[in-house]
Design a protein around this ligand. Structure first.
Ligand code: IMP
Ligand code: MG
Length: 205
């Protein structure tokens, strides 16, 4: 495949080549693509433009919540035309593979002080909202100048605590989804789209 070209070989679109190379072992587990790669990228361009406008003249600190937000951080930040700084937290929620309990353990804390900073927390998905609620309380106690949230996905019907989400990519139905950073049992994070899994995939996991 030529770097920068639009084809991966004679008549093979880049997208198809990528799926063949990275995803073939997963494809049989996918039930339905909910949000395509093109839809995600188009929405991130819009969100990036909005964030660039809202934070004009400031130098925000993007805080990604690992592991799910790694892909969103990389793609979204390329649409934010500001002097950005990055930090990451890794958290693990106690609960089953597909449900959170709201009890969050910090596995990796921020490297930087955030007092007085314009912090934008970047999350993959808000389900019950319990993880985010915990994180916001934790970060607020460190006295950031501002603290806002950008989440790629929001299962509005599932939310159990009131939250103020400044930037949302997509509102989705209350189904378990994978891809674009999101996992089931640590798999499927590298898919460039958001999809649901077949029942058999859960049974196998
Ligand atoms: P919450 O605390 O219920 O809002 O859950 C948030 C966390 O649970 C996310 O950061 C994800 O790691 C995980 N999660 C929630 N829903 C899904 C899903 O549909 N697919 C994959 N992970 C999910
Ligand atoms: Mg997870």
């Amino acid at each position: 495949m030529e770097i920068g070209s639009v084809t991966a070989g004679p008549g093979v679109p880049v997208c198809a080549a990528r799926l063949a190379a990275h995803v073939s072992e997963y494809e049989s587990d996918i039930e339905r693509i909910l949000i395509t790669e093109a839809e995600i990228q188009a929405r991130l361009a819009e969100l990036g433009a909005q964030i660039t406008e809202d934070y004009a003249g400031r130098d925000p600190l993007l805080v990604g919540v690992l592991k799910g937000a790694f892909m969103l951080m990389a793609d979204l930040s390329r649409h934010i035309h500001l002097p950005l700084e990055f930090d990451f937290m890794a958290v693990s929620s106690y609960g089953s593979a597909t449900r959170t309990s709201g009890v969050v353990r910090i596995l990796k804390d921020l490297d930087h002080e955030i007092q007085g900073r314009d912090v934008l927390l970047v999350e993959d998905i808000i389900d019950s909202g319990l993880t985010l609620n915990y994180l916001l309380k934790n970060l607020r106690s460190r006295k950031p100048g501002t603290l806002e949230v950008c989440a790629l996905l929001h299962k509005t019907e599932m939310q159990r605590v009131p939250l103020d989400i400044r930037y949302t990519g997509f509102e989705i139905p209350p189904e378990f989804v994978i891809g674009y950073g999101l996992d089931y049992a640590e798999r499927f994070r590298n898919l460039p789209y958001v999809a649901t899994l077949k029942r058999e995939a859960y049974a196998a996991g």
